[in-house]
Write a protein that binds this ligand. Structure first.
Ligand SMILES: Nc1nc2c(ncn2[C@@H]2O[C@H](COP(=O)(O)OP(=O)(O)O)[C@@H](O)[C@H]2O)c(=O)[nH]1
Ligand SMILES: [Mg+2]
Length: 372
């Protein structure tokens, strides 16, 4: 099947083809990755896919391990399906296991009930970005390889971008992405999220003090989970702490709850299904508001720009690593200990570029004739 036929299968909702295309885009084999992206290119030409991608809200769920993200996601997805409003997709970004860089499938196997539904569940490994690092470069342990891997530590771009687009084009919405920890939240929000939901366990306690400020500034919505049984009182206390911390961060006096965003800190229980519906309707309301106000379009446009620059830089980095004149120029500006001061590196790069434009020195281009 060619790319346009595969794109048609994705549009028709063929789950097997969808899963295969995600695998292709995530592949470290450049030929496979290209096959996946060619399908996305085809999709981008189709009005139906464009409409679906535009419609699908992308919600990223972050929070410390054990906060209850997966449980909450399962509850939210089951509710959405029961309401027959939409069919969600769920992308799980797991830390790569060191042994095989494969995804840990625990979450998916636990999501028993959800996997019986129409929802699309997809675990992904948090591994080096195939777009940013060609296999032969990965294999060759060069100390410079890290230079051009920007963003891969999020485990989401670019394959996360591809998965989101493919799922949306297949008709799934919203697209939930569960990620590990809150440290990556900044990158995620900036790059692939329409909305960031941070899940906080009721018994978060003092260990969260340090990260509280950052999380509050980043999160669009906070959900204090496990407000059930013995943890009920602790959950309420934690939610109130976060509300007042938000007020402090944003410098808002008491009494203006809506303005202070108190309603953006919810308290509930994923297991007991408490306030899961309020959470869903709050997020939908916010996203609808942002869409109407044009801020969603603005955020997405900024993300596309960042994506374009990142993709361009990654491609350039790989091309440069294949160019012998560049590799020589780099080696040439190092001192005996392998150290370089920034201004010397800049001079070397400028000289290299001048050489390209005047045709001096070794001819630019691929040293071994391969395309990564
Ligand atoms: N009491 C209580 N436990 C919960 C709740 N949600 C999740 N848990 C438990 O917390 C643990 C971690 O949940 P999980 O969803 O895997 O957390 P994740 O690591 O953030 O995805 C599991 O043992 C869940 O059963 C809740 O609302 N109440
Ligand atoms: Mg989980």
């Amino acid at each position: 099947m060619d790319a346009s036929q595969l794109a048609q299968k994705v549009i028709e909702g063929n789950r097997r083809v969808l899963a295969k295309m995600i695998t292709d885009c995530e592949s470290t084999n450049p030929l496979h990755a290209r096959r996946g992206w060619e399908v996305i290119e085809q999709l981008m030409e189709l009005p139906i896919a464009q409409q679906r991608i535009d419609r699908a809200y992308r919600i990223v769920v972050a929070g410390s391990p054990g906060a209850g993200k997966s449980t909450l996601l399962e509850a939210m997805c089951l509710q959405l399906i029961a309401d027959e409003e939409c069919t969600p997709a769920l992308l799980l970004v797991d830390p790569a296991s060191p042994a095989n860089q494969g995804a840990i499938l625990g979450d998916q196997t636990r999501m028993g009930e959800l996997s019986q539904t129409k929802a699309f569940i997809r675990p992904s490994a948090n591994r080096p970005d195939p777009l940013c690092l060609a296999p032969h470069e990965a294999a060759r342990e060069t100390p410079h390889r890290n230079f051009f891997q920007g963003g891969q530590s999020s485990g989401l771009a670019p394959s996360g971008m591809a998965s989101q687009m493919l799922c949306a084009a297949a008709g799934y919405h919203p697209i939930f992405t569960e990620t590990v920890g809150v440290g990556q939240a900044e990158t995620l929000v900036a790059e692939i999220a329409d909305l960031l939901l941070v899940v906080i366990p009721a018994d978060a306690g003092d260990e969260l003090q340090g990260i509280k400020k950052g999380v509050i500034e980043l999160a669009d919505v906070l959900f204090v989970n496990k407000a059930d049984g013995d943890l009920l009182a602790a959950a309420r206390r934690t939610a109130n702490e976060y509300r007042s911390a938000r007020r402090m961060t944003h410098g808002i006096p008491h009494g203006k709850d809506e303005e202070a965003g108190d309603h953006l800190v919810l308290c509930g229980s994923a297991i007991a299904g408490k306030h899961v519906d309020s959470l869903l309707s709050l997020m939908t309301r916010l996203l609808d508001q942002w869409r109407d106000a044009g801020t969603l379009a603005g955020r997405r446009a900024a993300q596309r720009e960042m994506w374009a620059i990142r993709t361009w830089h990654a491609a350039m980095g790989r091309a440069l690593e294949r160019d012998q004149a560049y590799v020589r120029a780099r080696a040439g500006c190092l001192d005996d200990s392998g150290f370089v001061v920034p201004y010397k590196a800049e001079q070397a790069v400028e000289a290299y570029l001048r050489g390209l434009s005047t045709g001096d020195g070794a001819s630019p281009g691929s040293a071994d004739g391969t395309i990564g």
